[in-house]
Structure formats: structure tokens, C-alpha cells
Design a protein around this ligand. Structure first.
Ligand SMILES: Cc1ncc(C[n+]2csc(CCOP(=O)(O)OP(=O)(O)O)c2C)c(N)n1
Ligand code: SF4
Ligand SMILES: [Mg+2]
Length: 281
């Protein structure tokens, strides 16, 4: 029987990136899924790929932009939001999407996150939360759960973890949602809404890192970790009726914020309307 050749629908957006063919990600890793969710969201919105810029920093997640075959900036660890802000201010017509790991988002890049949310700058921040520093060998990050085993917490993590959706909500983000790689349609819809939102949008997607977090905590391979993610997920509406104790090992999923507020670039331009014409001269 003749083999049937099936081309992955995302291949038309793919280029050989830095560090591996087809990608540097381990087998079963969730990052590739989120790469696909992002192109799917753009496709469903019928965006012109030439008007979409992907920005990334360091880490396994930071490499996502390097496989995007249109405009991209592969920047420094923790700094994607600073570059994204500059890109958006220079050309407001562009859609600017940052993919950042949990460590990048909340440790080294934590203040960029807070200030970007406070300014309500019109960029999309997608945080891939795999609960550890994947690329550097599985050290704990600010989102590692209490008790989680990592390379730097071999007896169980002794810090409380950050709820990044709560953080950006408090800081002023105008679109905030959390899903997991086990919720592809919801994740795609959230990314679409984030792109459409005129302001700072934050989508956290919980993802499996079988190589480090999974192995260290004996959670099994990629599919086993996804199954667990699904079992641990609780919708935000349900969570409202649950106690702190009941929510201890749960992942609260859903949309937390969808609102409107003046956007940073618009505010800036409103203060210097006379410069608009000379800027374009
Ligand atoms: C300024 C700077 N400090 C430290 C590093 C080393 N480093 C590279 S990736 C990384 C952590 C990545 O973790 P995360 O952001 O969660 O991404 P993941 O690999 O889990 O996707 C660190 C500490 C670096 N590249 N640059
Ligand atoms: S180390 Fe973890 S996060 Fe990095 S590619 Fe492998 S599975 Fe994915
Ligand atoms: Mg990580």
C-alpha cells in the first residue's frame, strides 16, 4: 500500500529555528502544542502573517519565535515585553505576540510584566507555565508549587507559588485567562481574544515538561502529565465556591478579566498629535 503523505497544517508558518530540526523540544513537551495554538488563532482571525511579530527570550519557550517564518525578535531572558513595547509603539498596526516561560515571565522579567500590565500596552503575553526552568535543567521558578521537587528543591519546594493571573489582574491587564495544553480549543479562543483586545493581554497556558518537572515528581510522560492537568483543572466559576484547602492542588482555568481601558500607545500619541504627520514624512 502506498504511504499517504500528510503535511502538518502549520508547516507553512514554520522555519528551521535555532537549535534543532524540526524543533529542540523534547518528546512530549507542551511547548510545540502552544506554538500550534498560536498559529491557529492567527489563522482563524485571518491575520496577515507579515503583520504579526513574534518575540521571545531565553529558555525552551523563548525559542518558539525562532520557528516563526515571518518577523521575529529573539531577545534576552526576561526582556521580551520591553522589546514588544518598542515594536508596538513604533508600528501600532502590528500584532505583537510574546511567548515567555514561567521563569522568564515572573522572575527575571517580573517587573516588565507588572509595568506592561499597568501601562496596558497592546501586546499579547503568552506564558508557558511548566512550573520550572526547563532549559537550564529543571530548577524551581516562582510558579513551582509548594512541595514540588526540582533540581534546586530536592526535598520539596518551600516557597508558596505565584498566581500570575492574579498578579497581572491587580497590575491592570485588560485580558487575562488561564488554560492548559489539555484545552486546545479554549487556549486558541483565549489567544484570539487576547489578540483582539486593545491593551495588555495575558494568557497563561499550563504545559507539561516531562523531562524535568515530570521526571522529578514522577508524573509520567507527556500524555500522562496532560491527563493529570485535566484532572487538576477547575473552572473559575466552580472555584469561587471552593475553599482554599480544596483548591490546594488545583489549576483554576478560565477567563479572569476581559475589560477595556485606555491603551498606552494611544495615550502617548494623544499627547503629541502634531508629531503624527512629521513621523510619517
Ligand atoms: C540574563 C540571563 N540569566 C540567566 C540565563 C540562563 N537561563 C536560560 S533559560 C533560563 C530559565 C528558563 O526557564 P523558563 O523561563 O521557565 O523557560 P522554560 O525553559 O521552562 O521554557 C535561565 C535561567 C540567561 N539566558 N540569561
Ligand atoms: S526541558 Fe522540558 S520544557 Fe524544555 S523542551 Fe524538554 S520537556 Fe520541554
Ligand atoms: Mg518554565
Amino acid at each position: 500500500m502506498e504511504a499517504v503523505q500528510v503535511k502538518h497544517p502549520a508547516l507553512k508558518y514554520y522555519q528551521l529555528g535555532s537549535g534543532g530540526d524540526p524543533t529542540l523540544w523534547c518528546s512530549g513537551c507542551g511547548i510545540g502544542q502552544i506554538w500550534y495554538f498560536t498559529v491557529k488563532a492567527m489563522e482563524e482571525l485571518e491575520l496577515d502573517p507579515d503583520k504579526v511579530v513574534w518575540v521571545g527570550g531565553s529558555g525552551c519557550t523563548g525559542r518558539m519565535c525562532t520557528y516563526w517564518n515571518h518577523d521575529l525578535m529573539h531577545t534576552l531572558h526576561g526582556r521580551p515585553l520591553g522589546f514588544a513595547t518598542g515594536i508596538k509603539l513604533a508600528n501600532p498596526e502590528l500584532t505583537v505576540v510574546c511567548h515567555m516561560g514561567d521563569g522568564e515571565t515572573s522572575a527575571i522579567g517580573g517587573n516588565h510584566l507588572i509595568q506592561s500590565a499597568r501601562r496596558n500596552v497592546d501586546v499579547v503575553a503568552i506564558c508557558v507555565n511548566n512550573f520550572n526552568y526547563g532549559m537550564t535543567g529543571g530548577q524551581f521558578s516562582p510558579t513551582t508549587p509548594l512541595g514540588g521537587i526540582t533540581k534546586t528543591s530536592p526535598e520539596g519546594h518551600r516557597e508558596r507559588s505565584f498566581d500570575l493571573c492574579d498578579l497581572v489582574k491587580a497590575a491592570g491587564a485588560t485580558y487575562v485567562a488561564r488554560w492548559t495544553t489539555t484545552h486546545p480549543q479554549k487556549s486558541i479562543k483565549a489567544i484570539k481574544k487576547a489578540i483582539q483586545n486593545k491593551g495588555f493581554s495575558f494568557v497563561e497556558i499550563v504545559a507539561q515538561c516531562p523531562t524535568h518537572y515530570g521526571r522529578n515528581n514522577r508524573l509520567g510522560d507527556g500524555p500522562a502529565m496532560m491527563k493529570l492537568q485535566k484532572e487538576m483543572s477547575v473552572r473559575v466559576g466552580q472555584a469561587a465556591d471552593m475553599s482554599r484547602e480544596e483548591l490546594k492542588d488545583k489549576i483554576v482555568i478560565g477567563e479572569f478579566v476581559s475589560t477595556q481601558s485606555p491603551e498606552y500607545g494611544e495615550i502617548l500619541r494623544s499627547f503629541r498629535p502634531e508629531s503624527k504627520e512629521s513621523d510619517n514624512a
